[in-house]
Design a protein around this ligand. Structure first.
Ligand code: C2E
Ligand code: CA
Ligand code: CA
Ligand code: CA
Length: 278
């Protein structure tokens, strides 16, 4: 028993050391990535349910690590949040997304919305609206083409969130509520906040056709949002059945692997020019 306990202890510390080393490696890599430009944005189309017109794209960050290749955000964003590096990453994302949208407009290749994910820490910064204003001025992007994706956790503190959202709306920026349905007291948010769009979380879309109760939930979200004059985007649409249901429910837009995975800027424009989307 003693021997066994000893082994457990040793095993435990080794594992702890490994995860700490891994975190440190990621932190060092993120700093280097910021300095050397290892981040890129991929763009996933947001598409009209009725006619498959591409209304906008969501910018999604990727980290191209020289040693381990392309790393998805869920593998590094939590560590970036713990270390505060997320603020520098977020600012890079905003700048890059706005200048990309402006570039597409200038070359005449794409004129839709650009949706950018906003982290809680970024939104909490006192100068956030000013930062956004400055980024729009620097890049020359018309504010009406920018949509910021906020989560329910971000706007959990209404006394702070409301004036910030109001300031952004007054600049002409669009606001979207991401992952809708996964947080708390969601319905009151829809009424009280100056939102333009809600994104129905993919967990609802993927179970939508399981039965009548699952159908009813998606129906209700779409009906309430529509009656409040919000644009509804369904996330994570992977099958023709799901798209068909969304058509029947009069959902406005969808996003998901069925239409396209997130693409590099180059691949997105090439596909657009070839008329390859459908
Ligand atoms: P999210 O904002 O909910 O983004 C949607 C995620 O769903 C993306 O994952 C996208 O690639 C994925 N997705 C799209 N279509 C489908 C589908 O049909 N099926 C399934 N199963 N998944 C689909 P991704 O790119 O790995 O991003 C994960 C999360 O990381 C995002 O969730 C967002 O919370 C965060 N994130 C991504 N980019 C940024 C960023 O630039 N800044 C911040 N702060 N967070 C970001
Ligand atoms: Ca999002
Ligand atoms: Ca989402
Ligand atoms: Ca999410």
């Amino acid at each position: 028993a003693k021997e066994n306990g000893k082994n457990n202890y040793r095993y435990f510390t080794t594992e702890m050391n490994e995860s700490m080393t891994k975190r440190l490696d990621i932190e060092t890599g993120l700093r280097k990535g910021l300095e050397e430009g290892h981040f890129e944005l991929h763009y996933q189309p947001q598409v009209s349910v009725l006619d498959k017109n591409i209304k906008g794209v969501e910018a999604l960050i990727r980290w191209r690590n020289p040693e381990s290749g392309l790393i998805p955000p869920n593998d590094f964003i939590p560590i970036a949040e713990d270390t505060g590096l997320i603020l520098r990453i977020d600012q890079w994302v905003l700048q890059e997304a706005c200048s990309q949208a402006k570039l597409w407009q200038d070359e005449g290749s794409f004129h839709g919305r650009m949706s950018v994910n906003i982290s809680a820490l970024q939104f909490k910064q006192r100068d956030f609206p000013d930062t956004v204003r400055r980024t729009l001025q620097d890049t020359g992007l018309d504010p009406t083409f920018l949509e910021l994706e906020l989560t329910e956790s971000i706007i959990q503190d209404p006394e702070h969130a409301f004036p910030v959202m109001k300031a952004l709306k007054d600049m002409g920026i669009r606001l979207s509520l991401d992952d809708f349905g996964t947080g708390y007291s969601s319905l009151s948010y829809l009424k009280d906040f100056p939102l333009d769009t809600i994104k129905v979380d993919k967990s609802f879309i993927q179970t939508m056709n399981n039965g009548l109760k699952d159908q009813a939930i998606v129906n209700s979200i779409i009906n309430i949002a529509t009656s409040l004059d919000l644009t509804v985007i369904a996330e994570g649409v992977e099958t023709d059945d799901q798209l068909l249901s969304l058509q029947q429910k009069h959902c406005h837009e969808y996003q998901g692997y069925l239409f396209s995975t997130p693409l590099s800027s180059k691949d997105f424009i090439e596909k657009l020019n070839r008329g390859d989307f459908q």
